[in-house]
Design a binder for this molecule. Structure first.
Ligand SMILES: C[S@@+](CC[C@H](N)C(=O)[O-])C[C@H]1O[C@@H](n2cnc3c(N)ncnc32)[C@H](O)[C@@H]1O
Length: 236
């Protein structure tokens, strides 16, 4: 366990959680048991997941790497020589794929600390913070050709709150892309449920030549996650 005081990626939805700490009464015990149960389920699912095994064998930091590879297989977005930005990059699977595809420059940002990766400029920060975004953009010598966002908020279990938080992240990713992408550039963002909201989709359709949704096979069938792809950015 890291002891440098930094938050680190601990698996989907921040699990497994710490089981340490005093029990302060029945409510805490119930919450604690529920957390242990869901941690147990998460560990069981990880052990049974062939993508987790394959990611380990291939040296990827996350199974998410396969999602980007599959998205790319369908949409051919990653090309040698590109400048790529990865929003919500921890622990770094997508960064690895971008580098493997011979990106010229790769910059990433995450709320969580990410272990350094040769060839990638990684910033621990928030996409909402202009200072953090500026620190990340300092890693590129020009506008990105591709903006990727796999950002996800920790879920609360409250459906409409979780939905709003996810929509907000997609809007932030799109706002970033519209401000920074070079003409002709591409955009990929994780969205949930039926796909991008009407507002996001409307903006994408006016600012990009083509827009489509992709559900990569590595994305769990039961998960509401899907990816929206915009290609051919029409410029600012
Ligand atoms: C599913 S993970 C990304 C996995 C990554 N694509 C990979 O291949 O390893 C989603 C990440 O989004 C990050 N995130 C959520 N909100 C964010 C924000 N406001 N700014 C930066 N990162 C954020 C989370 O910290 C989390 O690490």
């Amino acid at each position: 366990m890291a002891d440098d005081g930094k938050r680190r990626w601990k698996g989907p939805k921040g699990k497994p959680r710490s089981s340490s700490g005093r029990q302060l009464g029945a409510r805490k015990t119930v919450a604690h048991n529920a957390a242990s149960e869901s941690s147990k389920r998460w560990i069981e699912r990880q052990l049974a997941d062939p993508y987790v095994r394959d990611a380990k064998a291939a040296g990827y930091r996350s199974r998410a790497a396969f999602k980007l590879l599959e998205i790319d297989e369908k949409a051919s977005l990653l090309r040698p020589g590109q400048r790529v930005v990865d929003l919500g990059c921890a622990p770094g699977g997508w960064l690895q794929v971008a580098l493997e595809k011979k990106a010229f420059e790769v910059a990433g940002i995450d709320l969580l600390a990410v272990d350094p990766m040769a060839g990638a400029h990684i910033v621990e920060g928030d996409i909402n913070s202009p200072d953090d975004v500026a620190r990340m953009m300092a890693g590129l010598t020009g506008p990105p050709d591709l903006v990727l966002s796999d950002m996800a908020a920790n879920t609360t279990g409250h459906k409409s709150t979780d939905h709003l938080r996810t929509v907000a992240l997609v809007e932030m990713a799109l706002e970033f892309a519209l401000e920074h992408l070079g003409p002709g550039g591409g955009f990929v963002s994780k969205v949930f449920q039926g796909g991008a909201t009407r507002d996001v989709l409307g903006t994408l359709k006016t600012r990009f030549e083509t827009v489509r949704h992709v559900k990569p096979p590595a994305s769990r069938a039961g998960s509401p996650e899907i990816y929206v792809i915009g290609r051919g950015f029409r410029g600012g």
